[in-house]
Design a protein around this ligand. Sequence first.
Ligand code: CIR
Length: 271
Amino acid sequence: MKIAITRPVSANINQCELTHITRQPIDLERARRQHAQYEQTLQSLGVEIHRLPALDDQPDAVFVEDVALVLDECAILTNPGAVSRRPEVDSVADALRSYRETFFLQAPGTLDGGDVLRVEDTLFVGLSDRSNQVAVDQLEHILHSINLKFGSKYHCRAVQVSGCLHLKSAVTQIDDELLLVNPDWIQEEDFPNLRLIRVDPTEPYAANALRIGDTVIYPSAYTKTKARLLEAGIQVVTLEADELAKAEGALTCCSLLLDDRKPPPTHQAEM
Ligand code: CIR
């Protein structure tokens, strides 16, 4: 069973962090309706929702993706790049403890989960306004111990991000070995051996898609890029996501996805 950890939109979403876009009023009720539709869409694809209690004093708390990385073997809590977002970590850590062994990144390392794109064993990590090399080094150290314990082969690949908030504003996975990218915000050469589809140039924010199995959940606003996805044979379910987009949030940001099964057995060294 796949689980999505989510959190309701904060009553104070209008005080959210903004880095690359201009502040516009966010209609709280509309944002909440769209968020509820997001949860329902996940449920319709067989995902169970684990909804955390609202954190109304934390404007950006709906964007749970930024606070942790969840692998089959462990969960790694981040030290978010925006100081205002650090109080979001503890409650997500408490929730994840019931599913996974937890590890923590530490200052001066900073990382937002939105900067981590996992493609099989590779964790592409965006070096952005929010995430730094110190955090990448800490992450590699944690992954090394996980690899030794479970026989897994995780490794990090740091990539430069510019012009947008997070790596996953610029690139997400939409099928096995297929990425959706905005080439203005990342270097396409950083993703060798993968096929890339570019967003329509008039839709720069269209690279964030949420893949659930064989389906991609996608914002209804990006019709031209959606046509590219359909042409590539991708199964797409659309929803309205424009209200939280005013908080610089996209679809992947609003959930932490995990499989509710026990971590794989620990690795037995061969005699
Ligand atoms: C922030 O600036 O942190 C929030 N207003 C938006 C975070 C969006 N998260 C994401 O893309 N993973």
